[in-house]
Design a protein around this ligand. Structure first.
Ligand code: NAD
Length: 314
């Protein structure tokens, strides 16, 4: 079935999505470097807009997008789309949170191994010609308690990977956690306080919500074991960065790893320059596989939406 619609792609996306949409007869304009000025001029011609995170779909853009019925975000966060305005105008907003699940979970495993074996320090010193073997006594992940806060799709996938490294799992989520999963990985379900006090590694996978803003604060870090590590690959605003800085500076916790920050790109130099933190520039979903999957999923969701609309009109 051919679905004739004009699609504007505003950011670089994997070719697979473009190919799926083209094969269904959609007319694609691929302009991955479009400026805001050009977008405002051109957007009125299109029924579907596809973005990643670079292009901002503001109220002004939506007002200019007279014919748009679908805004699709190849990826997770909808922070760059005025969803309230889109809803008001009955424009469907699609995204592809499923695609990043494995990439983010593998990054957490990488962070845990880096924190416990100090691989970044080992590499830097060895390259400088310093043989600091005796200062690099690490710990194994095997048998350690990994506390997962927010046991949604990434939290569960991380749990499965960590289990294969023979870690013990503790989980906290205000929503009941899938029983089959809990049985499969032998996760201990607790309240937040017990998790924080008992874990050797804590990885958070909560959404950015008013209730989760600065949820990882002074009180939280004070309850952690002094030998424990804190990892955030979810959203930057869930961590009080000043509180994390104090906890790391005063060795109240052993270390931390952050992929996301309150402000991105981060300018919090005093935090990221500490020796017991490792950082990455929001690369959780930045793998070939995740980008391909996200593009594929979004193309399929667009087609599904158009078919539903067509059926409703008949
Ligand atoms: P999800 O919706 O599947 O899971 C989130 C879980 O958090 C849910 O089970 C929910 O009940 C739970 N939760 C909500 N409030 C909570 C609270 N106060 N305390 C504990 N748990 C709470 O989401 P997901 O796909 O697993 O994504 C998790 C996070 O990862 C999101 O913030 C998402 O934006 C982020 N993310 C980051 C990257 C990256 O590039 N670093 C990529 C993808 C997703």
């Amino acid at each position: 079935m051919s679905l004739v619609n004009n699609v504007l792609i505003c950011d670089p996306i994997d070719d697979i999505g473009i190919s799926i949409l083209s094969k269904k007869g959609l007319k694609i304009t691929n302009n991955p470097k479009i400026t805001t000025e050009d977008l405002l001029k051109e957007v009125g011609k299109y029924e579907i807009i596809i973005v990643r995170s670079r292009t901002k779909i503001t109220k002004q853009v939506i007002e200019a997008a007279k014919n748009v019925k679908i805004i699709a975000r190849v990826g997770v966060g909808l922070d760059n789309i005025d969803t309230e305005e889109a809803n008001k105008r009955q424009i469907s907003v699609l995204n592809s949170p499923e695609a990043a699940m494995n990439s983010v979970s593998e990054l957490v495993i990488g962070f845990m191994i880096n924190l416990s074996r100090k691989i970044l320090l080992a590499d830097a010193e060895t390259k400088k010609g310093n043989w600091i073997k005796n200062e690099l006594n690490g710990t194994e992940l095997r048998g350690k308690y990994l506390g997962i806060i927010g046991v949604g799709s990434i939290g569960r996938n991380l749990g499965r990977l960590a289990r294969s490294l023979r870690m013990n799992l503790i989980g906290y989520d205000p929503v009941p956690i899938d029983r089959e999963f809990v049985k499969e990985v032998g996760m201990i379900i607790t309240d937040l306080q017990t998790l924080v006090e008992s874990s050797d590694f804590i990885s958070c996978h909560v959404p950015s919500l008013p209730e989760t803003k600065n949820m990882f604060n002074d009180k939280f870090f004070a309850k952690m074991k002094s030998s424990a590590y804190f990892i955030n690959t979810s959203r930057g605003d869930v961590v009080d960065e000043d509180a994390l800085y104090d906890a790391l500076l005063n060795h109240r916790i052993a270390g931390a790893a952050l992929d996301v920050f309150q402000k991105e790109p981060t300018t919090n130099n005093r935090l990221i320059q500490l020796p017991n933190i490792i950082c990455s520039p929001h690369i959780g979903a930045q793998t070939k596989e995740a980008q391909e999957l996200a593009s594929n999923i979004i193309a399929e969701k667009i087609i599904q939406k158009l078919l539903e609309e067509k059926e409703n009109m008949m």
